[in-house]
Every structure is written in structure tokens, then in C-alpha cells.
Write a protein that binds this ligand. Structure first.
Ligand code: SF4
Length: 220
């Protein structure tokens, strides 16, 4: 198998062809909404988040509303997304910083976004790319981490280190879409437990690192 540097362009071409409209599936209309939706989407499906955000966004229309929210009421509103206590804490903490340090507006740089409580590079990357069309990095979530490993694009397991490898390999014009293409691919084909390699568009370019063969997997 050729080194990752040689395979990356064909991989990106095939992914772009397979998932032409790769953008976040989270529903939002402004930077604050995508920030909150992204926090809620941790360990939860986008569909479930999208079900409750219309009412949530009406109830809390701006950062000030979250900052002064009744914690228990907010927790109840987001409970179906799981880990609701921690998520409520993060949303309220982020909102307070947005109000106190950024005049109520979600900042649009990586340096500023990661100063918000509960906002790491992954969330910041999604906000920057989705709300501001900015590519300052590649958001590494479970799908990106898993598939990057299987494709041999990174041997790392820590998101920040995987991102560093990807930023070296992936041309900048693909940074915005890379996360969304891999999330789509991870959901449709390269699933965690059962990657469907026989039908995968990337099959001829993938060393399938760490993927068990069907016979081995079925014995376990
Ligand atoms: S060939 Fe298999 S392991 Fe590689 S990307 Fe496709 S589904 Fe995933």
C-alpha cells in the first residue's frame, strides 16, 4: 500500500464524490445555536439534538439568556441528549464567558473559542467551519479518529495528535469538509463495530489497520 501522502488526494476525491453535501446535520441558524447544538451532540445523535433544539433556541434566544438560566430548567430541557448536568454546566459557563468577555457574541477565532468553558478544539472547529466558514483545523471526533486510524492517516489516539497528523496530510481546501465526510462515511459504511469493507468506496486505498476480518470477528 502506498504511503498516506500518496493516497490522501484520491481518498479525498472519492469521499467528496460519495458525500457531496457534507455539512453538519445539526440544525442551527447562528453561531450560538451551532455552539450549543455541538455541545449537546456529544455522546448523542444529531437527530435527537435536532428534535429538542427548536424549543430550546426559542426559550434561550441569546447568550445572556443561557447565562442567567435556571440550571434545573435547562437540565430538564436538554435531558434527552444524555450527560445533561455536565452539558448544562458547559453551556451556561460558555454563555457567561461570551457575555462577560465577548460582548454577547460568539467569538470567531480558535484562540478565543477554546477559552470558553467546555469548548475544546473539536467543538471550536465545528463552530468555526459551520458558522463562520473558517478552516483553522480539522475537528477530530470518534468517526474521524477511527477512520483515520484504519486508513493509516494517523497512528495517534489522542484527538489533538491525530489532528496534527491530518493537518499535515490533508490540503487546506478540504479542512472544512473533512470532518463531515468522515462522519458520513463512518455512519454509512465504516462503522465502529462492523465496517462494510466489501462495498467501501475507499477499499482499494485502505490498509484497514485494526479491522478484524469477518471470520475472526464472528469467532469472538
Ligand atoms: S475499507 Fe473498510 S476499514 Fe477502510 S475505510 Fe472502508 S470500511 Fe473503513
Amino acid at each position: 500500500m502506498e504511503p498516506a501522502e500518496k493516497r490522501i488526494r484520491p481518498i479525498l476525491r472519492l469521499l467528496a464524490k460519495a458525500y457531496p453535501a457534507s455539512r453538519t446535520a445539526l440544525a442551527f441558524e447562528n453561531p450560538l445555536e451551532i455552539l450549543v447544538a455541538t455541545i449537546l451532540s456529544a455522546q448523542c445523535t444529531d437527530e435527537r439534538v435536532n428534535k429538542l433544539t427548536p424549543a430550546l433556541f426559542r426559550r434561550y434566544p441569546d447568550a445572556a439568556a443561557y447565562a442567567r438560566a435556571d440550571r434545573e430548567e435547562l437540565e430538564a430541557a436538554i435531558r434527552p441528549t444524555g450527560f445533561f448536568r455536565n452539558k448544562a454546566k458547559n453551556i451556561m459557563g460558555a454563555a457567561r464567558t461570551i457575555v462577560s468577555a465577548f460582548g454577547g457574541r460568539v467569538p470567531d477565532t480558535m484562540e478565543e473559542l477554546v477559552t470558553l468553558p467546555g469548548v475544546a478544539r473539536k467543538t471550536a472547529n465545528i463552530v468555526l467551519s459551520s458558522a463562520f466558514g473558517k478552516a483553522e483545523g480539522i475537528a477530530v471526533d470518534v468517526h474521524v479518529a477511527r477512520i483515520s486510524g484504519r486508513l493509516g492517516l494517523s497512528r495517534q489516539t489522542v484527538p489533538e495528535k491525530i489532528e496534527r497528523d491530518l493537518l499535515r496530510l490533508v490540503p487546506r481546501e478540504f479542512w472544512l469538509d473533512f470532518n463531515f465526510m468522515l462522519v458520513n462515511h463512518g455512519r454509512a459504511v465504516c462503522q465502529a463495530r462492523k465496517p462494510n469493507c466489501p462495498v467501501c468506496t475507499l477499499a482499494s486505498l485502505c490498509p484497514r489497520i485494526g479491522v478484524k476480518t469477518a471470520s475472526r470477528a464472528s469467532r469472538e
